[in-house]
Design a protein. Sequence first.
Length: 128
Amino acid sequence: MSVKNLCPCGLGEPYGECCGPLHAGEREAATAEQLMRSRYSAFAVGDADYLLRTWHPKTRPAELDLDPSQRWLRLEILSRTGGGPFDSEGTVDFRALYRLDGATGSLAEHSRFTRRGKAWLYVDGDHD
């Protein structure tokens, strides 16, 4: 397995076996953390449709324009609460490293998730 085919979410699995099936709508994220990782991967591969589809309708923007020059480098999950297979809500604290215009930066967020039926949805987040 080449590094090129690894999923951007950082779990070390091939994209086609990790976040790829979620992006394609073949299955739902089982936990809030899995949704967080798949959303990070969607940013990394430029899948705005998946990001909008997994955003809670009450907080979802009408459209989402991703900057194709922004390169997402690494995701670090810092902590999580709830968000398991039997929970209805959860939070994930993360840090994402990126490169934009030749400079490296980071985004830290405390993200909130809720479950609707079998699907986890991103509600909103507080940035550090």
